[in-house]
Design a protein around this ligand. Structure first.
Ligand code: ATP
Length: 462
């Protein structure tokens, strides 16, 4: 029986496990740590890579009409003028005059009254905070500055001279790299509408209130698809990709009851969007956005066309005319996805009267697929086990571990989510058989060594 663990307790246990087992470390820890920045350790790196690979497989590799891209982080500054980020990519910042704590005004109001703040001006929010008598969550006082717009883009300088003509920005989303390459892809690849361009890469936002572990950070990774379609078919494709997001998580074992859609009401839509949905997940700190799906219409291509003077149109043969495609954008944070998978996978049960911690990760995602464990350090056992390990490691990430008691080694593999352990014991030398232990059920199968590779392949690749 799995234990019920929720909220803060679950989050604390997860953060501790991430540190203990080499998934996620505090960034720059030896210098006291850089707040709200995290480094992925060996197992976290594998997990994140598997998440990104699976996304790529389902979004790019298995489709005829989606191609990949890897564009630069520092783009021409005009990009951000055209995209609207310079003017509109703001959050409303408000300070407590007494304790100097800093908040997002929209978050304060939403937490106090549940009122949706999307589209509200800073002046309106200042008024609402006063009207609703909202106290500072830190010191309890009610002395606020006015809310003011704070642009979330990281600004820096390119080259040796630090003046305004050399100002550049770290991209706050990967999407714009796709839009500015639209014509390049059109001219060099055989793509016809509908088609998509996908990209995985870092994005940077100077968030006012980062936090909740890796949920909201200032540097993060996005997996974005811009799917170009004929205007008029956009609503259909929007529905298709909306559905896709939920299925992607469910296929990877995430509990459907912890996922739901949050469809934005028309007043809540961003300046570029005709329709937006968030796939939200029930994190230990509440229902929060995981994957945003937006119908961005022809906003981005039109703006870049106007700003650059270049033609970013598509020749539609049936109509015999140039059109500006509409675009549907599913945008998923790799780090947020990873946190959702970890939250969903964290489990405790009782084995032989003791608590056992394990990560019930889908085999596709598990950082280590198989651990090969000789029962003792005896040379013959080690040799036999090494042979199995060498065979398996060409298929996927496998560990060979002979340190400590077998019980301890199982516990370690359980905690990093390894779905199968292959144990080589004294009988193995005689009967050429090994025991394969299943992480979740703890059932053990005795199978011939020559069948191990196919036995595991069937289960892990399934
Ligand atoms: P939020 O409302 O949580 O700030 P957003 O609506 O600004 O998110 P989008 O601009 O739609 O987010 O970005 C697409 C995806 O990128 C999000 O669904 C999320 O998974 C991820 N993401 C956005 N901001 C962050 C961040 N600061 N840290 C980690 N992931 C992020």
């Amino acid at each position: 029986m799995r234990k019920e663990i929720h909220g803060e307790e679950l989050m604390n246990k997860l953060v501790a496990l991430c540190k203990r087992r080499g998934f996620i470390y505090q960034s720059s820890e030896i210098y006291g740590g850089q707040a709200n920045a995290w480094d992925y350790g060996p197992f976290g790196t594998e997990l994140k890579k598997n998440i990104k690979d699976y996304w790529w497989k389902k979004v790019v590799q298995e489709r005829d009409n989606v191609v990949g891209l890897d564009s630069a982080i520092i783009m021409h500054p005009k990009t951000w003028e055209a995209s609207g980020h310079l003017a509109n990519f703001n959050d409303a910042l408000i300070d407590c005059k007494v304790c100097q704590a800093r908040y997002r005004a929209d978050h304060l109001i939403e937490a106090a009254s549940g009122e949706d703040m999307e589209g509200k001006s800073e002046t309106e929010m200042t008024g609402l905070i006063k009207e609703q008598g909202i106290n500072c969550p830190n010191c309890g006082k009610r002395e606020w500055t006015d809310a003011r717009a704070f642009n979330l883009m990281f600004k820096t300088y390119q080259g040796v001279v630090e003046d305004s003509s050399n100002e550049v920005y770290l991209r706050p989303e990967t999407a714009q790299g796709i839009f500015v390459n639209f014509k390049n892809v059109l001219d060099t690849c055989r793509v016809n509408l509908p088609f998509g361009i996908a990209q995985i890469g870092k994005a940077f936002r100077n968030e006012i209130t980062p936090g909740n572990f890796i949920f909201r950070t200032r540097e993060f990774e996005q997996m974005e698809l811009e799917f170009f379609v004929k205007p008029g078919t956009d609503e259909e494709w929007f529905a298709y990709w909306r559905e896709f997001t939920m299925n992607w998580f469910v296929e990877l074992g995430v509990s459907p009851e912890r996922l739901k859609f949050n469809d934005h009401s028309p007043e809540k839509l961003s300046h570029y969007s005709k329709a937006t949905t968030d796939l939200v997940y029930h994190f230990p700190f509440g229902w929060e956005e995981l994957w945003g799906v937006a119908n961005r219409t022809d906003f981005d291509l039109s703006s870049h066309m106007e700003s650059s003077g270049k033609k970013l149109t598509y020749f539609e043969r049936e109509l015999e005319q140039h059109i500006i495609p509409y675009v549907i954008e599913p945008s998923l944070g790799a780090d947020r996805a990873l946190l959702a998978f970890l939250v969903d996978a964290y489990a405790e049960d009782e084995v032989d009267g003791k608590t056992r911690v394990f990560l019930d990760l889908h085999p596709q995602l598990a950082p280590v697929k198989v651990a090969v464990l000789p029962l003792t350090k005896k040379e013959e056992l080690q040799e036999l086990a090494r042979g199995i390990y060498d065979q398996l490691k060409t298929d996927y990430n496998v560990e060979f571990d002979l340190s400590g008691s077998i019980g301890k080694r199982y516990r370690r593999q359980d905690e990093i989510g390894t779905p199968y352990c292959v144990t080589v014991d004294f009988d193995s030398i005689e009967d050429q058989q090994v025991t394969v232990r299943d992480r979740n059920s703890l059932e053990q199968d005795r199978i011939p060594i020559k069948e191990v590779k196919s036995y595991l392949w069937e289960r892990i690749k399934a």
